[in-house]
Design a protein around this ligand. Structure first.
Ligand SMILES: C[S@@+](CC[C@H](N)C(=O)[O-])C[C@H]1O[C@@H](n2cnc3c(N)ncnc32)[C@H](O)[C@@H]1O
Length: 242
């Protein structure tokens, strides 16, 4: 069962692919760093419906892909049956130990205790294993959080903070880079609707009145003639298990 207080990925699973434009763009950008042949066995955490998994599946036959949301996993399994799918919390990935490659895309910002989770991946990784992972960092939805700082469902970390966390968990960063993606929406309501449909909103955090007020302020402070631009900052990292 998915604990409450988490985003809505499971309930919105069938809509995810049609409304996850920033995640799709991020997955393609992260895939640029994949080797032509991925050393197996390989593990992907938070695989969702498989937006990034398809890049991995084209480069290895020994891939295990998991996600905590059963309906996301079901969609992934249907579209990529050659991958071994399973429902799993990122902090308790399936064994056995000895993975030579570990991946995740657009997952890490959601993890409540990333240091512990990265340690769990470290325990399952073979010495010298490669981690290629990317996730959203501070700067994402910056305009929105400027008008409503308490809307953030977690503390956004900077790229430098994340690299330090990786080191502490036993991963040495080989290279890392942050890029900003922009999305344009007709209004703040349209932006939030897209995020809802992708499942990236934690439900019921605000009452309707407060939400209307915040969206109006976001519109007032950010909207231009051709709509409103929302930014997403994405960090990609390649690291090696120490
Ligand atoms: C934004 S989606 C990204 C999915 C996919 N990797 C992609 O690039 O489109 C985040 C995914 O992480 C999963 N997720 C969130 N927290 C998780 C956790 N603690 N353990 C495992 N999966 C988690 C969600 O269910 C969701 O499928």
């Amino acid at each position: 069962m998915i604990p409450s207080g988490l985003p809505d990925f499971d309930r919105r699973a069938t809509q995810y692919d049609s409304h996850a434009a920033p995640q799709r763009e991020a997955a393609s950008w992260l895939a640029e760093w994949l080797p032509e042949q991925i050393p197996a066995p390989a593990l992907e955490l938070g695989a969702g419906t498989g937006l990034f998994t398809r890049h991995l599946a084209a480069r290895t036959r020994g891939l295990v892909a998991c996600d905590v949301a059963p309906r996301m996993v079901q969609i992934g399994r249907n579209s990529l049956p050659e991958v071994a799918w399973s429902v799993a919390e990122a902090s308790h990935p399936p064994g056995p130990p000895g993975y030579r490659s570990i991946f995740s895309c657009s997952l890490m910002q959601w993890i409540p205790d990333p240091r512990e989770t990265l340690r769990a991946w470290h325990r399952l990784a073979a010495p010298g294993a490669q981690l290629i992972s990317g996730w959203f960092v501070r700067g994402t939805l910056a305009g929105f959080y400027a008008v409503c700082p308490d809307a953030a469902p977690f503390r956004w970390r900077t790229g430098d903070e994340w690299i330090e966390l990786l080191q502490e968990a036993g991963w040495r960063s080989v290279r890392s880079e942050t890029r900003t993606f922009a999305r344009r929406h007709a209004s703040a309501v349209a932006m939030l609707r897209e995020m809802h449909r992708a499942g990236t909103v934690v439900p019921h955090r605000f009452g309707a009145g407060r939400l209307r007020h915040v969206l109006r302020r976001y519109d007032e402070t950010n909207r231009e003639d051709d709509g409103l631009q929302t930014t997403f900052a994405f960090l990609r990292v390649e690291a090696v298990r120490l």
